[in-house]
Write a protein that binds this ligand. Structure first.
Ligand code: T4K
Length: 369
């Protein structure tokens, strides 16, 4: 029986990619903002409906750099959630800032706006909420809180590429939004990422910072590093963008097949995209709560049949060993996030997952003795 992994990269045909990269053999211009990079950036700004998109070699560095660009004083506090990939918390800590963990909403796993204000102190400078699994945060309430307390809002939108909330693109909220274009994402550039925003002053700053802080041939204006997207990555993005709407439609069909089998089953909770969201079907989280099998038993039953689901996001980042000594650490401080981390499993989901395979997966979940 063929193995099924939690996801599978979307790719254009081999010929389409070769055609796209042919010009790189003529120009020998492989990175540092070449023609592919310029074209992808423009296309993404159009697709995402944002004023500016600055491309990065991966989503993590995009987040790390945009936080750095805000120029927060070291030791300042940033309110975020622990129900996310390691990257979100690491990006805050690697900037010398202190993550303060807010619990998540019961309905869609994003930051609970009702719990943010109690965590704000005189050291708080920003909020880094996560549109987890492509589920949008309550952007309106977050904006209200941020305005009231003079805080920046930087969204980790790694999962939310192509999502629209009340008709507005996920790239248009807060001071900036970071997208991941990793191989496992709905839209990929192999590795890659972007920061989207409307503040003109941030364009040059981020572009310089990701290129060693150089502001000119003989000038270095910022403490920077190297986080540039290469021409080969950008070329993959240009190709993949052509097929994106098709990819999302296929993912939607897969998700609907899962829902048809699992929705309403006692002990199984699904998170249906709410009516105000145009979703990208990035992940399929399923919560096993008092089901006849525990989350871990379902995981094992699938593994025995060569099917790899993933426990995204377990463990919570506030219980990572490396954050044990943080004053804000401890999964017990975020009980809703903790509840989900212990019960959620993300099932295999990708555009060309066959309906037969979906049926095989749901059959194991429903009928395993
Ligand atoms: N913020 C959030 C909320 C994030 O979820 C992420 C990344 C980031 C920030 C940072 O963005 P990036 O710097 O990554 O752009 C994977 C991804 O590596 C990571 O991008 C993603 N989130 C995270 C949720 O998942 P792993 O360690 O689980 O990946 P791995 O290697 O186990 O791959 C998962 C499955 O994907 C494999 O079983 C098969 C499939 N796969 C994998 C690769 C590498 C492919 O089909 N093709 C591939 O090339 O982290």
């Amino acid at each position: 029986m063929e193995k099924i992994l939690v996801t599978r990269s979307s790719m254009p045909s081999f010929e389409e990619y070769c055609e796209e990269i042919k010009k790189l053999w003529d120009s020998r211009w492989l990175t540092n903002g070449g023609v592919e990079h310029i074209e992808l950036q423009k296309k993404l700004e159009e697709y995402l409906g944002c004023e500016h998109a600055v491309l990065f070699t991966n989503g993590h560095l995009a987040l790390e750099y945009v936080i750095a660009a805000m120029g927060f004083e070291r030791g300042s506090e940033v309110i975020t959630t622990p129900f996310t990939f390691a990257s979100t918390t690491h990006a805050i800590v690697r900037n010398g800032l202190v993550p303060v963990f807010c619990d998540v909403r019961e309905d869609n796993y994003t930051i609970d706006p009702g719990k943010i204000e109690a965590l704000i102190t005189e050291k708080t400078v920003a909020l880094v909420p996560v549109h987890v699994y492509g589920n949008m945060c309550d952007t309106a309430r977050i904006a209200e809180i941020a305005n009231k307390h003079g805080l920046k809002v930087i969204y980790d939108a790694a999962h939310a590429f192509g999502v629209k909330y009340r008709g507005v693109s996920s790239a248009c909220f807060g001071d900036a939004s970071m997208f991941s274009f990793h191989a496992t994402k709905v839209f990929n550039t192999i590795e890659g990422g972007a920061v989207c925003f409307s503040d003109d002053a941030l364009v040059d700053k981020l572009n310089c910072m990701k290129n060693f802080g150089q502001t000119g041939v003989d000038a270095v204006g910022f403490v920077g590093g190297n986080a540039k997207m290469s021409e080969f990555q950008a070329a993959m993005g240009i190709c993949n963008l052509r097929h994106l709407s098709d990819e999302i439609a296929k993912r939607k069909a897969v998700v609907e097949r899962y829902f048809a089998a699992l929705d309403g089953v006692n002990g199984i909770k699904l998170c249906r995209p709410d009516a105000s969201t145009e979703h990208n079907y990035a992940y399929l989280p399923v919560v096993f709560d008092a089901y006849r099998l525990s989350r871990d038993e379902v995981f094992d039953a699938l593994s025995e049949q060569g099917i790899t689901a993933r426990k995204y996001f377990y463990p919570l980042t506030n219980s990572f060993e490396c954050y044990r000594d943080l004053p804000t650490a401890g999964a017990d401080k975020t009980p809703v996030a903790s509840y989900y981390a212990d019960r959620v499993l993300t099932l295999p989901l990708y555009a060309d997952l066959s309906m037969d395979d979906v049926d095989r997966i749901t059959d194991i979940i429903l009928n395993k003795e």
